[in-house]
Design a protein around this ligand. Structure first.
Ligand SMILES: [Zn+2]
Ligand SMILES: [Zn+2]
Length: 350
């Protein structure tokens, strides 16, 4: 492909033409509306009680190392406390840039498992844990960031039901309390807006397996349990697993994968912007119009080329990242050149 040159002045115009925000993908996961920090409330009248003697630095330190749930409870003490908590760093960073994430962790029951510091870390690190691209989704059971392409099909990002986890790894309800067990929320999910009314409980299979190892005395102990267990629940789980493991379909990496685009993936995820601490900019993700057009026009491409194109279409970028992508995206360059020609023609006419 020919190298394309563009100057500083062109950058805004290029972004204007080739970028869009994929709101349909963001809305494919949990969607909760949370009032922003700007919502006014009456001036506080109550005092902070014993907390008033704490210096700000100590108070911030306490908030940072507390769980999201503990901080929510503290906010509920009175308006003065809420004011103090909301201006504490890094909690302020979370509720200023992703207020819906606080509400989502609370509503899905996992807020007692994650600290403010852990959530802030995820907010400020933009790479997908699987592929390293910019990822704008929080995979809640592991508090990990992922991109849309990996969310759709990565085997590790398919959650396990609580029932399966208990049966597979011989865990009691009490032991499960050590894991972030997530309760899904009724709503519409996936780009195809599939409605889900009933709620279910999910965990990360990795965490459930680690807990199983700890409970049964390591890998060997867990393997012995798996080989010897003859409970009804385990037998029912084995049956479900055998049914799910039949090689019915493949993913874009060519792996046997029956869970591509399963609704459960979206039930445990929420849109999460990326806060770049260097520039203190919140990146909401720009996708490429050129790639979208290329997918819609793709007719007779070989399967591998088509899946690669679809994966590219599923990517999002920072503004700078999209400009870099522009340098190697023929479809986006075509769009830009077409606009340039139109502009010249229109200038001549006028
Ligand atoms: Zn990824
Ligand atoms: Zn493109």
């Amino acid at each position: 492909m020919n190298k394309i040159d563009f100057n500083e002045n062109d950058k805004i115009a290029i972004l204007d033409i080739i970028s869009y925000q994929p709101h349909d993908r963001h809305r494919a996961c949990i969607t909760l509306i949370e009032p922003s920090l700007d919502v006014e409330f009456e001036s506080p009248t109550a005092s902070l009680g014993n907390f008033r003697v704490l210096p700000c630095e100590i108070f911030d330190w306490v908030i940072k190392h507390s769980t999201m749930h503990a901080v929510s409870s503290l906010r509920a003490v009175n308006r003065r406390m809420r004011l103090l908590v909301d201006t504490s760093l890094p909690y302020k960073g979370i509720i200023s840039n992703a207020p819906h994430v606080r509400a989502t962790l609370e509503r899905t029951g996992v807020a007692p498992h994650f600290t403010v510091e852990e959530v802030f870390w995820i907010l400020t690190h933009g790479a997908c844990r699987v592929c390293g691209d910019l990822g704008l989704y929080l995979w809640i059971p592991d508090l990990e960031r992922c991109c849309y392409n990996c969310l759709r099909e990565e085997p590790d990002l398919m959650p396990m039901s609580e029932r399966d986890a208990r049966a597979a790894y011989g865990l009691t309800a009490r032991q499960m309390g050590q894991l972030p067990v997530m309760v899904s929320l009724p709503g519409n999910y996936k780009v195809s807006t599939t409605s889900r009314r009933k709620t279910s409980k999910f965990v990360s299979e990795t965490r459930a397996r680690q807990l199983g190892c700890a409970v049964h005395g390591g890998d060997d102990g867990l393997s012995k349990y798996i080989a010897s267990s003859n409970t009804k629940a385990k037998a029912a789980y084995d049956k479900r697993l055998a049914k799910r493991s039949r090689p019915m379909s493949h993913d874009s990496h060519g792996r046997v994968n029956n869970t591509v685009d399963s609704i459960e993936r979206y039930l445990v995820s929420v849109y999460l912007p990326y806060l770049d601490l260097e520039s203190y900019t919140s990146h909401t993700g720009q996708a490429c119009v050129g790639c979208r057009i290329a997918v819609s026009r793709a007719r007779s491409l070989p399967y591998n080329d088509l899946t690669a194109l679809i994966r590219r279409c599923g990517k999002v970028y920072t503004k700078e990242g999209l400009l870099n992508h522009f340098k190697e995206c023929a479809a986006a360059q075509d769009l830009w050149h077409t606009k340039q020609v139109h502009r010249v023609v229109s200038d001549r006419v006028h």
